[in-house]
Structure formats: C-alpha cells, structure tokens
Design a binder for this molecule. Sequence first.
Ligand code: SF4
Ligand code: SF4
Length: 158
Amino acid sequence: MKNVVVKTINGIIEITRGMLTIMKHFFRKPITQEYPEKTPELSPRFRGRLALLTKSDGSDVCIGCKSCAKVCPCGDLIQIETSKDEETKKLKIDRFTIDIGRCIFCGNCTDVCPVNAIVSTDQFELAGYSRENFVLDKESLTLTPGQSELVKDRKERD
Ligand code: SF4
Ligand code: SF4
C-alpha cells in the first residue's frame, strides 16, 4: 500500500514537472526555421558548393597549378587540363571539372589554392536527378566578377 502511494506521488511530481516545462516553452519564440520559405543564415565559414572566382575583367583567377586536385582526399574528382597560352606564356585552363557528388566539402582544395581561385560558397541545395548532374564543368563553376566580389566579401567577414 505504501509503495502505491509513493509511486502515485512520484508520478504526480513527474507529470507536474513535464507540464511546467511545456508551459515554459509555450510562451517562448519558436526557434525552428520554416525552410524553404526562410533560408537559414549561414556562417561565413560554411562550406557549400565549390566555385571558381574571376577577376574584374572576367578572366580566370586560377593559374592551373593543380594543387587543389592533388590535395583532394577523394581521388580524381577534380579534373584540370591546361595548355600554354602562346601570347601570355601562362597556363590557360582548358578544362576544369569537379564531381561535386563525391565531394566531402573538407575545404582542402580551397585552403591549398595559392591564389584563392577556388572557394566554398553558401549554396547547399545541391540535389539532382542523376550522378552526371553533379559533375560541374568550368562554365558552371565560374562566378561572374560581381558574384566573385560577393563571395570575397563573405569570406572577409569570417
Ligand atoms: S572540398 Fe575536399 S573533397 Fe571536395 S573537392 Fe575540395 S578537396 Fe576534394
Ligand atoms: S583552383 Fe587554385 S589550386 Fe586549383 S589549379 Fe587553380 S590555382 Fe591551382
């Protein structure tokens, strides 16, 4: 009999505690975000879809050193082909692809780039219908000069 009384009192205490917790949160502002209606504010350090920056005249920042491809821990997902520009005597980028579907967003490629040509953006909506969709070519990776400035501003806030 004593046991039943003790258990009942404990039960009432626990229910009361639970109700108090509910009441406490009932008047608080919700912290959940209604995605996709509201997009989350991301840290400047967020590592999303990779992109290539351009200079103000629209030319490539990338110098074709291939350090990013070498440092990538996921094998050959960065593919770069270069050739020598006879006019400038510098390397020009003929092909630059990233298989973003295999990328683990470690940031090694962006860290190692000597000219900060490759950057992580805040784009995280990367769904696609086929694996081929995830292989991004130079055209889709390259940002306009205006977009490049915005990405640089975001990095400077870091
Ligand atoms: S973020 Fe990491 S995994 Fe993705 S391409 Fe760069 S080095 Fe490779
Ligand atoms: S993105 Fe950077 S690291 Fe990669 S090839 Fe171009 S300059 Fe080199």
